[in-house]
Design a protein around this ligand. Structure first.
Ligand SMILES: [Zn+2]
Ligand SMILES: [Zn+2]
Length: 442
């Protein structure tokens, strides 16, 4: 578009930079040669960059007349960074705000043109990905093929913008330079040429070219964020508050792209008395730490350890004694409860029965660890019914391993058994009974 504005040498001044020495030299050549050249700068490959723009300084570009070789100078505006969030965007043209940067229909792959089309007439959604150096890649993703906008010229200037598979080269990297009023110039990192609506946004299918920077609307674009790659969620509406038993619902909105989502809120913490059951409530002393498996229920519902509750055991449960288990509810539940289990002493067994006169001597195996004494029973009842027929003998030293018994009634059958115990703070913890033995008194 800029071609037609350069009809006379006088017009040069309009676009001239402040590099006055160069310009005056060229003007003088024209004046003193005596025949003014109708300059032709249309051969845009006759271009070179005198100084590249930076983030604070303008750059300078020169185009040479293809007839006389004299130079025409143009500023390259300072770079900038619109700080675009990674995500999907539409890119609106300022020339005609109904027009958007588009993939030419049917040209979604390598070599496809980038053009402008009215809203909805073409594929107009591009993924913008920051490269980390204030430049961006613009890709069009269609199924598995992802193609990036490329400055075709790649150093030769004044080319089309088209699509090409990503090659990690600077012709696919673009600065997005904000003008402070919501519009941006899209500048090629390779050439400092910019996105240019070559036909001022007037017709569907007009190519986007890359051209040297002109301060006009054909080079101004707005990035409209459709969807962030990573949303910035904020709660905006409580649709339903949770109760003790029912979940609630909250709507969140992304503060950047305005997308919304609904999120379930778990029920409020419910206060219950947990139903605690242990895999075992009695363990036999074995010199090792022993703990039961704990199951916690809310009614019939089995709760989940870690999520719904934590279990703490009172102390190292190794020796004979009573141990407590504390269940503390958490998460959706509140409350606590305890259960307990015992570790009982190891039992013993009767090893020998001898008779001398009418005195019977019973011997048993000694148990010295975690045992205070023994309880020995003999009875004419096989089930050791309480009463006269069952005698209980307590031996309060674990080192004693025999007992003499007199006055057994001749002819009766007697049953005998033994168990150990440990006394802790006045409470006796008994072992299991030994197996029952029997003999006939004579
Ligand atoms: Zn010329
Ligand atoms: Zn978002």
């Amino acid at each position: 578009m800029a071609f037609f504005l350069m009809l006379t040498s006088a017009n040069i001044k309009i676009f001239a930079s402040n590099n006055t020495d160069e310009i005056e030299t060229n003007m003088q050549e024209d004046i003193f040669s005596g025949h003014a050249c109708a300059h032709d700068y249309s051969f845009d490959r006759n271009v070179s960059i005198i100084s590249a723009p930076t983030f604070t300084e303008k750059g300078l570009l020169v185009r040479y007349c293809s007839k006389c070789g004299s130079g025409e100078y143009h500023d390259l505006y300072p770079l900038g960074d619109a700080k675009l969030k990674p995500g999907k965007y539409m890119i609106q043209s300022k020339c005609d705000t109904n027009n958007y940067v588009s993939v030419t229909p049917g040209q979604e792959y390598q070599g496809g043109n980038i053009a402008i089309y009215g809203k909805g007439k073409a594929d107009q959604i591009f993924h913008v990905s920051p490269n980390g150096d204030s430049t961006y890649g613009f890709s069009y993703a269609n199924s598995s093929n992802e193609v990036f906008m490329i400055d075709v010229a790649g150093g030769n200037f004044a080319g089309n913008v088209w699509l090409y598979p990503q090659n990690n080269m600077s012709p696919q990297a673009w600065y997005v330079v904000p003008d402070g009023e919501g519009w941006n110039t899209i500048v090629s990192k390779a050439t400092y040429y910019v996105f240019d609506d070559v036909n001022f946004g007037t017709a569907d299918g007009t190519n986007i070219g890359s051209y040297y920077c002109f301060p006009d609307d054909a080079q101004k674009y707005k990035f409209i964020l459709l969807e962030c790659d990573e949303h910035n969620w904020s709660p905006v509406e409580l649709v339903k508050a949770p109760t003790d038993s029912e979940e609630g619902e909250m709507v969140y909105m992304c503060l950047d792209c305005c997308k919304t989502k609904s999120v379930k809120i778990p029920p409020k913490s419910k206060t219950i008395t947990p139903n605690i059951s242990l895999s075992k409530t009695s363990f036999i002393y074995n010199g090792k730490v022993q703990k039961p498996t704990v199951t916690v229920k809310d009614g019939k519902k089995v709760l989940k350890a870690g999520n719904d509750y934590i279990v703490s055991f009172s102390k190292t449960s190794k020796n004979v004694g009573k141990y407590s288990v504390k269940v503390t509810l958490k998460g959706n539940y509140k409350g606590s409860g305890t259960a307990s289990y015992d570790i009982i002493p190891k039992g013993t067994k009767i090893t020998k029965l001898t008779k001398k006169g009418n005195v019977y001597t019973f011997k048993w195996k000694k148990q010295s660890k975690q045992v205070s004494g023994y309880e020995f029973q003999y009875s004419t009842s096989k089930s050791f019914n309480k009463g006269k027929s069952t005698k209980i003998v307590r031996i309060s030293k674990s080192s004693i391993t025999k007992k003499k018994v007199k006055k057994l009634k001749s002819g009766n059958k007697y049953y005998i058994r033994i168990r150990t115990y440990k006394k802790i703070k006045g409470k006796k913890y008994y072992s299991l009974w030994s197996s029952i033995k029997s003999f006939k008194a004579q």
